[in-house]
Design a protein around this ligand. Structure first.
Ligand code: HEC
Length: 126
């Protein structure tokens, strides 16, 4: 009696597994991996770098403070390599005239790779 019960369960589990596998193959298409521009790790590091720096004295995440909110910046610039470079240079050199007449201070001690990670975090906020 017990043995038959177990066999039935085992059959069910087996049937279930093979069913799951066929549906998986059918329904989940393999996504082509195109060039990876950024990673979750870069974005996490960028966030940490921003918190350690003076950025939050002038920026808030969602609204304008002295400078534009990070979400506003993310809406203006798509998260692509050209913009990472453009905005990393702006953070390092400072500048004015894009969002108004108040200038952003230069951050000349910041390395370009670190500035880029900060931008990757900002542009991930949509
Ligand atoms: C002294 C205040 C101040 C500090 C500190 C500051 N910002 Fe800014 N930021 C601004 C202002 C003002 C603007 C708008 C500049 C403009 O209109 O061109 C701006 C603009 C930006 C932009 C958009 C630039 C563009 O051309 O659209 C980014 C990205 C940015 N800040 C990131 C940062 C990061 C990252 C830090 C920290 C390392 C930082 N900011 C620190 C005031 C500041």
């Amino acid at each position: 009696m017990n043995f038959i019960y177990c066999t039935a369960i085992a059959t069910l589990i087996f049937a279930n597994c093979s069913f799951a596998q066929t549906t998986k193959k059918k329904n989940i298409p393999v996504k082509k991996v195109t060039s990876v521009v950024t990673s979750a790790e870069d974005i996490q590091n960028g966030k940490a770098l921003i918190q350690k720096s003076d950025c939050m004295a002038c920026h808030k995440t969602d609204v304008k403070l002295v400078g534009p909110g990070f979400v506003q910046i993310a809406k203006k610039y798509p998260a692509i390599e050209a913009n990472y470079t453009l905005l990393a240079d702006k953070i390092i050199n400072g500048g004015t005239g894009v969002w108004g007449q108040i200038p952003m201070a230069a951050h000349s001690t910041l390395s370009k790779p670190d500035a880029k990670k900060m931008v990757k975090y900002i542009l991930s906020l949509k």
